[in-house]
Write a protein that binds this ligand. Sequence first.
Ligand SMILES: Cc1cc2nc3c(=O)[nH]c(=O)nc-3n(C[C@H](O)[C@H](O)[C@H](O)COP(=O)(O)O)c2cc1C
Length: 248
Amino acid sequence: MRAGRWGIASHRPAPFGVPFRVAAQYKSAMEPTFVPYADRYVPGAPPEAAAQACYDVLRRRRSVRQFSDRPVSLATVEWIVRAAASAPSGANKQPWRFVAVRDAALKREIRLGAEAEEREFYTRRASERWLDDLAPFGTDDSKPYLEIAPWLIVVFRLVRADDGGQVYYGEESCGIAVGMLLAAAQYAGLATLTHTPSPMRFLGEILGRPAHERPYMLIPLGYPAEPCQVPVHALTRRPLEETLLVRG
Ligand SMILES: Cc1cc2nc3c(=O)[nH]c(=O)nc-3n(C[C@H](O)[C@H](O)[C@H](O)COP(=O)(O)O)c2cc1C
């Protein structure tokens, strides 16, 4: 790739979120450099079999609301968060922070905060239709698992970088990172729940996070209780014919 006066800027697509007119005059502060993509993952099976094997692991993930208090090591959490943070993100800004909570007093505070919001939700905020849609899951404002699970991973979305700089596609980036976190936990044989007690401001307050970090998801992590029950309604997925449309 030949770098001219503008590097390769004249052929470079507009940076995310930059209107075309501005992009046409845009000159990057940093020239691109490239290395060979050598560290590629090569599965031990052809793509079809490898993808099927992955599906066979991920399809058995369940949102768990009954946790064991069996400990999970910090090292395990670190690997899972490394996996999550390897996610793609807009302009690689990595607009996320993961706060891993093991402290019993903090977990209790989080449970009480979540239950207060959930009480409001179930008695006042939720529409009839929403409550109807939740009925098959048997959920209510009681969240004992927030104290029982060995870890609560609180995911924050950065609306600004730590140095005050821009981030792009924060919602999408955090969604992908959380998806990868759930998958990594599943590969580790651990259970999770994507919990969204809304609004989640209390999480930032309890954990003393700065204003540019917005609570995104509360994820209990640990082993399922034994026995552990899951709602039948969560087990089905729409058939592939409805989910995937193939053209060509
Ligand atoms: C964005 C999002 C928010 C969710 N919020 C909650 C929640 O606040 N409480 C809860 O018990 N489950 C919550 N869930 C879990 C869903 O109910 C669950 O994913 C769905 O029923 C499918 O079940 P499964 O995860 O076991 O496949 C949430 C899931 C997602 C993706």
